[in-house]
Design a binder for this molecule. Structure first.
Ligand SMILES: [Fe+2]
Ligand SMILES: [Fe+2]
Length: 207
């Protein structure tokens, strides 16, 4: 018969619990399955990859992102998706974009220089899992609307901003409503400034 101590050591559920408790105590690392509540096999598989584990755990509190870690930002985006998606298909599309869009921030800079934008890194990673050009384009270009606004209003580069916006609209094409839905869910988080969102809404959607 096992002693109480032995039973503690061999109990798999208890080991799992201790592992999670140690993770939280010593690494301050959220359990991203519990946090993001994957709704299908693909979402669950992605969360299990080393890239997502590292990427969702990346980030310190900063302007725009007082929550710090990417995974906590994704939780905010998913909450917005739940509130705004017009139907279940759109909700599932927006969820997948949300879970992936910022995950590769942890690896976009090397030796202080941006090697590739995290949107492009996310797209390249997701091409193995996903055969949907619409979603891949939005994952890759999710920050472009902000960069267009920044070029026009922060950098005072009107021509560059116009060209950038034209390229974005040409690539996104008829999927602009989905792009805008995601941009809104992504921007209405943390303490991000909302001016780029209002600008995009007015210029592109004429609202
Ligand atoms: Fe981003
Ligand atoms: Fe984001």
């Amino acid at each position: 018969m096992l002693t109480f101590t032995q039973s503690l050591v061999v109990s798999p559920p208890l080991l799992s619990y201790i592992g999670k408790a140690k993770q939280l105590m010593f690494h301050n690392e959220p359990d991203f399955h519990s946090l993001l509540q994957p709704e299908n096999e693909l979402e669950a598989r992605l969360l299990d990859t080393p890239q997502f584990q590292e990427g969702l755990n990346w980030g310190k509190p900063r302007f725009g992102h007082p929550e710090g870690k990417v995974g906590l930002h994704v939780r905010e985006v998913l909450d917005n998706v739940n509130l705004s998606a017009a139907n279940e298909t759109t909700r599932q599309q927006l969820r997948l974009i949300a879970i992936t869009h910022d995950t590769f921030k942890f690896t976009e800079f090397q030796l202080g220089r941006r090697v590739k934008h995290h949107g492009l890194l996310a797209r390249e990673f997701m091409e193995v899992y996903l055969n949907d050009t619409t979603l891949l384009d939005i994952i890759e270009l999710h920050d472009e609307a902000f960069y267009c606004w920044r070029a026009a209003y922060i950098e005072n580069q009107q021509d560059a901003a116009t060209r950038r916006l034209e390229n974005l609209l040409e690539t996104i094409g008829e999927n602009l409503p989905l792009y805008f839905d995601f941009y809104k869910c992504d921007t209405q988080t943390g303490d991000k400034i909302q001016a780029p969102l209002y600008w995009f809404e007015q210029v592109v959607l004429g609202v």
